[in-house]
Design a protein around this ligand. Structure first.
Ligand SMILES: [Zn+2]
Length: 406
């Protein structure tokens, strides 16, 4: 059975009639993501495009059945449908917005690939048409920003000239003589797509009739993927959506920064510089405040019988770095020991003056064994974090109790 492919000759045929040649229930296939009973349907002719050559399959209806997948299997096109058609004669109708979108992206890919190759000498090694973004993988040296912009401008120039996109048939030799972009090693009559005076490329996909129908072409990011350069692009309706989305982002961000969209880069630089400056100042102030608080604590905590001055405290509403500043400042005095925790997050900081002769790391370990958590450090300074922050008070109390035994 050979299915006649209507889309080869007319990619704009959205509705068609056909005769059912074969229909059989398919075994469940978890890999395809299709659940429930489905049928394999072969027609004598179809406008449904199967997944191939980087272009996804069409969706739509055959009779009252939904088309869930379309596959290219040799001479036959397999439609996977959710109903068995009641009549041997059926009407098919493809989801046109989806197909036309694919045609815009796919023809745009031919055009962009031609520009990359002819003007900049970078061949396309693969193409992917995704749900949101399309990509071309280029081989060769890294394309610069000017290069990408140049290819985009050249492609759009051909779009604005609205050149015809023709289907041609011929042998590989005949196409080679005509200057085909990528030669193929296949026998027999091949199908090729010609963008007038711009590109000739063997292809079995669906394309628009003239370059104007591709619509605006936008080249987006370029990233390295293995040895190649993956260029993201969008055409037509997708380019319109991308441009609209970009502008909305610019507007929202400029409203946040209270500036015009064109002043965003300068405003963002200023905001980042201010943030960095504030961060630096804030840390310096924390250090000074911690020193002052530690001095007061040293004055109010009397030495015990052995001359140790121990402060044990759970801080609330302070950044975790503040604990470290306070512990370090307090432990600058002879025989001073600080056992600190933060009520939020369960952070612990144990510090001592080396003359105290205890082991803060060992103390922290014992506390964490009891309450659970992670941490470590040296004999004079240890930092950790409890799994359950609500245990901070009890953890500091335990550390205080264990201290004399160390
Ligand atoms: Zn194509």
């Amino acid at each position: 059975m050979t299915t006649r492919r209507i889309y080869y000759d007319d990619a704009f045929e959205k509705e068609f009639t056909a005769r059912v040649m074969y229909c059989e229930v398919l075994p469940p296939d978890v890999n395809s993501g299709i659940t429930g009973s489905v049928w394999k349907l072969i027609l004598d002719r179809t406008a449904f495009y199967p997944t191939s050559g980087g272009q996804p399959n069409d969706l739509g209806k055959i009779g009252d059945a939904n088309v869930l997948d379309v596959r290219d299997e040799g001479d036959e096109i397999i439609h996977v449908v959710d109903h068995r058609p009641a009549d041997p004669e059926v009407n098919g109708c493809i989801n046109w917005p989806r197909r036309f979108d694919h045609m815009q992206q796919h023809t745009g890919q031919h055009l962009l690939s031609a520009m990359f190759q002819e003007r900049f000498g970078l061949p396309t090694v693969s193409f992917h048409l995704g749900g949101e973004i399309c990509t071309i993988d280029l081989r060769g040296p890294e394309p610069s920003a000017e290069f990408l912009e140049g290819a985009e401008r050249a492609a759009n120039q051909v779009v604005f000239e609205d050149r015809p996109v023709n289907v041609r048939y011929g042998t590989a030799d005949e196409f080679a003589k005509l200057g085909v972009r990528k030669e193929v090693d296949r026998k027999g009559i091949l199908r090729a797509i010609e963008i007038e005076a711009a590109d000739l490329q063997p292809c079995g996909g669906t394309h628009v009739k003239s370059t104007g129908q591709i619509g605006l072409t936008l080249v987006r990011r370029c990233t390295k993927v293995r040895q190649d350069w993956r260029v993201e692009f969008v055409c037509g309706r997708r380019a319109e959506r991308a441009a609209r989305h970009d502008f909305q982002l610019l507007r929202q961000t400029s409203e946040k920064l209270s500036c015009a969209p064109e002043d965003l880069a300068a405003a963002a630089s200023r905001a980042v510089a201010e943030r960095d400056e504030n961060f630096k100042n804030c840390r310096a102030m924390q250090g000074r405040l911690a020193e002052a608080e530690a001095t007061i604590a040293l004055q109010t905590v009397p030495p015990d019988g052995n001359g140790f001055r121990v402060v044990s405290r759970v801080f609330e509403g302070v950044p975790v770095d503040y604990l470290g500043f306070f512990a370090t400042a307090f432990a600058k005095s002879e025989k001073a020991i600080a056992l600190l925790a933060a009520a939020e997050g369960g952070h612990l900081r144990f510090a001592q003056h080396s003359s105290a002769g205890k082991d803060m790391s060992a103390l922290l370990k014992q506390v964490l064994e009891k309450f659970g958590g992670k941490g470590g450090g040296t004999r004079d300074f240890a930092r950790g974090r409890l799994i359950d922050g609500s245990q901070a008070e009890k953890a500091v109390l335990l550390a205080r109790e264990l201290l004399p035994g160390l």
